[in-house]
Design a protein around this ligand. Structure first.
Ligand code: ZN
Ligand code: ZN
Length: 253
C-alpha cells in the first residue's frame, strides 16, 4: 500500500493572504500546505480521502489519471468544496466517480452541488455514484476499510482504517470503543492543529499523548495550521516515531 499526503494543512494552514508570520513567509516547501487529503494506492487502484478546495491542484501535482473511489470524512468545506473538479475524471474515465460517505455528507453534497443532481441533466456536470457507509467495515478492491467514529467538537466525523494504516483528521475526541479499532495499526495519522487549545481539533500535546497510547511504528500529524510553527523546528522536538506530515510525503506500508 502506498500512501501519499496530497495536503497536510487546513484553511489556516495554507499561506494566508497578507499574513507575515514565519510559517506563511517560509521558503521551505514543507511549510507550504494545501488542505488535508490523502491518497491510498492498493492493488493498482486509487482511493482519495476528501476533496478540499485544493483537490484539482493536488490531482495535477500527483499526476493522478484515474480515480477508483472517493471517501469523505465529513462535509466541512475544506474537505468537500473541490468535488466539482471530478469532472475531469468523468471525462477521462467515461463514467461516474464512486463516492463513499455517510448520509449527512450526502445531504451536504446534494445541497452544495445541487446542479449535479437536477433533471434534465445539464451536460458536463460532475457525475458520481454515492454509496452510503456507516460504521461497519466494507471492502473495496480486496482492501478492508473500517470506518472509525471520531468527534470534531460535537460533529460526528469518520476516520478510516485501511489494514495497518489509520487516517484520522478533524477530531478532538475518540471514544474508548472506537480506540479499539485503531489499536495495532503500524502507521497512524492524526490531526494536530496547533499548540493552543482548540474547540474541535487535537492540539500537538493531545495528539502526542494519543500516539503514546496507541503506540504505532510511525505517526504523522496532519491538518496543520500556520500557528503550529515551522516544519523543521516542530519536527526536531517530536519523539522519534512521530513526524509532521507535509504535502507530497509518501509512506509505503
Ligand atoms: Zn472540519
Ligand atoms: Zn478540516
Amino acid at each position: 500500500m502506498k500512501i501519499t499526503f496530497l495536503g497536510s494543512g487546513t484553511s489556516q494552514g495554507v499561506p494566508i493572504i497578507a499574513c507575515e508570520c514565519e510559517v506563511c513567509a517560509s521558503v521551505d516547501p514543507k511549510d507550504k500546505r494545501l488542505r488535508s487529503s490523502v491518497m491510498v494506492e492498493h492493488n493498482g487502484k486509487i482511493i482519495v480521502v476528501d476533496t478540499g478546495p485544493d483537490f484539482r491542484q493536488q490531482m495535477l501535482t500527483a499526476d493522478v489519471k484515474w480515480l477508483d473511489a472517493l471517501l469523505f470524512t465529513h462535509a466541512h468545506r475544506d474537505h468537500l468544496s473541490g468535488l466539482d473538479d471530478i469532472r475531469g475524471f468523468n471525462f477521462k474515465m467515461k463514467r461516474a466517480v464512486d463516492v463513499y460517505c455517510e448520509k449527512r455528507v450526502e445531504s451536504a453534497i446534494r445541497r452544495e452541488f445541487f446542479y449535479a443532481f437536477e433533471e434534465p441533466k445539464y451536460p458536463g456536470v460532475p457525475e458520481m455514484n454515492i454509496h452510503h457507509i456507516g460504521l461497519d467495515a466494507f471492502e473495496l478492491f480486496d482492501l478492508k476499510i473500517e470506518p472509525i467514529r471520531v468527534f470534531h467538537h460535537k460533529l460526528p466525523v469518520l476516520g478510516f482504517r485501511f489494514q495497518k494504516f489509520v487516517y484520522i483528521t478533524d477530531a478532538n475526541l475518540i471514544e474508548p470503543k472506537e480506540m479499539e479499532k485503531i489499536k495495532g495499526c503500524e502507521v497512524l495519522v492524526l490531526n494536530t492543529l496547533r499548540r493552543e487549545f482548540h474547540i474541535s481539533h487535537f492540539t500537538l500535546d493531545e495528539a502526542i499523548e494519543l500516539v503514546k497510547i496507541i503506540n504505532p511504528k510511525q505517526a504523522y500529524f496532519t491538518h496543520i495550521s500556520h500557528q503550529l510553527g515551522r516544519h523543521e523546528e516542530v519536527e526536531n522536538e517530536l519523539p522519534p516515531n512521530m513526524h509532521l506530515a507535509y504535502d507530497g510525503l509518501v509512506v509505503n506500508l
